[in-house]
Design a protein around this ligand. Structure first.
Ligand SMILES: [Cu+2]
Length: 345
């Protein structure tokens, strides 16, 4: 019974537990919370994902064309840690169900992100048997990128999580793009032309329409190849789907073991797909966990769909069905939040 309740909560969190960057560290030095007025992060109205790859919100999230209050002073070659949280600093970061890559881009601030201006400077996918998102959680919400030797000026650093827990269906992949304003000094290389965002991804890209619940040996990170940081003249080549994985800076551990949703190293609750299997054998849908959540939840920023009423008395199966159907609802979210700490999500 305890296991079942746990699986239910895990299922709910799959939908509710989004994420956003809250702060930046420069060479190990905390720059303070960057959201809010006067901050250096362009803050979206909420932490919901963008699911339409053609949406303008793909650039810098909802409202992301509006500049933040200030720009963070950095130097070319600095080590930048981007610190993500579910909502506020110190909370639960992101639900471990949200497995996927993390990608980082740069554009000149003068472009405000419009046009073929986005240059990928880092990407982390599925490496050494682990997803970038899980490594992010294990690293207390932080991941590092090293700034290239950039010519002095104002830039937008676009940090993006792509959560693939529903990536097995077209339109199910959840993008969490967020833009951080930086002012670079001490460098020299001109940023080459890049790609347009939206435009860099397609809904059926191999790394976007990707089933993390099936076994696989490698994961093709979507988007352009990572800029080598040197060739200022040559624009990043157009997205080469096949080449992108081989161009990754960190070689993928080639014969990665078959991936199972459960992650023994994190200490986090087992992913729903695994836990729900024994508990919910009566519901065949439960074995393919990603397909279960209500379609409305993918709606992205804004409404999370309406909520139906849970009867006063109910069987466990009724509750499972209700929770699945209302996973993004205020009640389900409250339920999750109420239990979040107890379950260490
Ligand atoms: Cu989420």
């Amino acid at each position: 019974m305890k296991t079942s309740a746990f699986a239910l909560l895990a299922g709910a969190s799959m939908v509710a537990a989004h994420s956003r960057p809250i702060a930046v560290w420069v060479n190990g030095e905390d720059q303070g919370v960057g959201t809010g007025s006067g901050g250096y992060i362009r803050e979206a109205p909420n932490n919901s994902p963008v699911v339409d790859v053609t949406s303008k919100d793909m650039t810098c999230n909802v409202g992301g064309s509006t500049k933040a209050g200030k720009s963070l002073a950095v130097k070319a070659g600095d080590k930048i840690d981007i610190e993500w949280y579910h909502n506020t600093r110190g909370d639960d970061i992101i639900d471990p169900s949200h497995k996927g890559p993390i990608m980082t881009y740069l554009a000149p601030a003068a472009s405000n992100g419009e046009g073929d201006v986005w240059v990928k400077i880092a990407e982390k996918g599925f490496e050494n048997g682990e997803w970038a998102v899980i490594n992010l959680i294990n690293n207390k919400g932080k991941h590092s990128v090293t700034l290239p030797d950039l010519a002095d000026g104002d830039y937008i650093l676009r940090d993006e999580i792509l959560a693939l827990h529903e990536g097995n269906r077209n339109g199910g992949a959840q993008f969490y793009p967020n833009c951080i304003q930086i002012t670079v000094s001490g460098g020299s290389t001109t940023l080459p032309a890049g790609v347009a965002i939206p435009g860099a991804y397609k809904a059926d890209d191999k790394g976007v329409l990707f089933d993390i619940y099936n076994s696989f040996t490698s994961y093709p990170i979507p988007g352009p190849a990572v800029w080598d940081g040197a060739s200022s003249g040559s624009p990043a080549p157009a997205p080469a789907p096949a080449a992108s994985s081989s161009a990754a800076p960190t070689p993928t551990s080639a014969p990665a073991a078959t991936l199972t949703p459960a992650n023994p190293t994190t200490g986090y609750p087992t992913a729903p797909a695994a836990t729900s299997a024994p508990a919910a054998t009566s519901a065949p849908a439960a074995t393919s966990a990603p397909a279960a959540p209500a379609p409305t939840q993918g709606a992205g920023n804004g409404n999370e769909g309406s909520e139906s009423t849970l009867p006063k008395t109910f069987t466990l199966d009724t509750f499972i069905t209700w929770l699945r159907a209302n996973a993004g609802s205020p009640t389900a979210q409250k339920l999750r939040r109420a239990h979040a700490r107890a379950f260490n999500f």
